[in-house]
Design a protein around this ligand. Structure first.
Ligand SMILES: NC(=O)C1=CN([C@@H]2O[C@H](COP(=O)(O)OP(=O)(O)OC[C@H]3O[C@@H](n4cnc5c(N)ncnc54)[C@H](OP(=O)(O)O)[C@@H]3O)[C@@H](O)[C@H]2O)C=CC1
Ligand SMILES: CC(=O)N[C@@H](CCC(=O)OP(=O)(O)O)C(=O)O
Length: 342
């Protein structure tokens, strides 16, 4: 019997990418689609690439509309998911693509998001140590942020193996869809085109505590994170350049061996052959993650670079992958590692 799934936030970028993936998922039947300001609109007017759903009309995001589904995906702005989720029954699988349930530290939540902490749900990054076990059979999933997905996958093996010092430095570039579809002055075409710019500099970005949480868990001790995001003129993609001081005794060979082992059985994470570097174009529209490692002997640092599609592995693909695990389906169902090129 098909898994009936509702999508709240179906007019947005994350909701649209999720629907693209669910349309290709053999076990899922798409149920209610909801929006906010666009409720009452035809989906075809808002997401014209989703042809099979073009005639569907967006409904209001209410508990009544979302009732009667096996899975409810929440692709809503931060802070909007908790109120909706608490009105959904305990038997429904709720997959939150926003940030509301990602952090374990209530004080960090309040500092970075400025509202009361709603709680913590099993974290939808299956590749992290222990994550799959927590997702299996779960009725609640917190899908990671896009930058934390790229960065945590890049650095957790080094921390878990004790190869990296406790201060991680990360500079990551994101395409503009990461900022969502709602109009924002800094995302006007004339501001973004032909330019690359930093934002959230100096520890202010709300993904800093999420990255810190993941790397500290992998290390088994506190890790501090210097995270600088940048905006680049492309619609999709994240390239994360991550580095940390190498622990004593690290060599290029030992570093590579740790990453080969960490990702050997991962269906979506690919350690590239030596000499080949991750590129966002290679993972466009796919759930794949490209990773490459280097040991800079002169600087005494390890460098790990990862590339993801922020909308696919960075949100909707990660959500589907985690849903599959929670429902006991093959983890890769409905997901592809095949990108679009050129
Ligand atoms: N874009 C990305 O790369 C990623 C996004 N995410 C997360 O996914 C979530 C959605 O992001 P994204 O799709 O980019 O954002 P968008 O701005 O593109 O879409 C937001 C969606 O939420 C709906 N919405 C807005 N306000 C409300 C409200 N008060 N109640 C109910 N629905 C509301 C909008 O409806 P309407 O259009 O009808 O007003 C729209 O469907 C966010 O939490 C984001 O952090 C996570 C990882 C990556
Ligand atoms: C380019 C850009 O603006 N990106 C967003 C991150 C989007 C994302 O993945 O994260 P959330 O799910 O936490 O919103 C930002 O920096 O706020």
């Amino acid at each position: 019997m098909a898994v009936r799934a509702a999508v709240a936030g179906a007019s947005g970028y994350a909701g649209g990418e999720l629907l693209r993936l669910l349309l290709a998922h053999p076990e899922v039947e798409i149920g209610a689609l909801t929006g906010n300001s666009n409720a009452g609109q035809r989906l075809g007017a808002l997401q014209p690439h989703l042809l099979p759903l073009a005639a569907r009309v967006l409904q209001e995001t209410t508990p009544e509309v979302l009732a009667g589904h096996d899975v409810v995906f929440l692709a809503l702005p931060h802070g909007q998911s908790a109120a909706v989720a608490e009105q959904l029954g305990p038997d429904v699988l709720v997959v939150d693509m926003g940030a509301d349930f990602r952090l374990t530290d209530a004080a960090a939540w309040e500092r970075f998001y400025g509202s009361p902490h709603a709680g913590t749900w099993p974290y939808g990054l299956p590749e992290l140590p222990g994550a799959r076990a927590a997702l299996e059979g779960s009725k609640r999933i917190a899908v990671p942020g896009c930058y934390p997905t790229a960065v945590s996958l890049a650095l957790f093996p080094a921390y878990a193996a004790g190869l990296a010092g406790p201060e991680a430095v990360i500079v990551a570039a994101s395409g503009t869809s990461g900022a969502g579809k709602a109009p924002k002055p800094h995302l006007l075409g004339s501001e973004v085109m032909g330019s690359m710019s930093p934002y959230g500099v100096g520890g202010g970005h709300r993904h800093t505590p999420e990255i810190t949480q993941n790397l500290s868990a992998a290390a088994g001790e506190p890790v501090t994170v210097s995270f600088t995001p940048t905006l680049v003129p492309m619609p999709r993609g994240i390239l994360a350049t991550c580095s940390a001081k190498a622990a004593d005794g690290v060599t290029a060979e030992s570093l590579r061996a740790v990453y080969e082992k960490a990702f050997a059985d991962e269906p979506f994470v690919h350690l590239l052959p030596e000499g080949q570097w991750p590129a966002t174009a290679s993972v466009y529209g796919s759930n794949a993650v490209q990773v490459q490692v280097a040991y800079d002997a002169d600087a005494g640092r390890i460098i790990v670079i990862s590339a993801i599609d922020n909308l696919t592995k960075g949100t909707a693909g990660g959500a589907v992958q985690s849903m599959n695990i929670a429902l006991g389906l093959d983890e890769t169902t409905g997901l592809t590692t095949i990108g679009v090129a050129p």
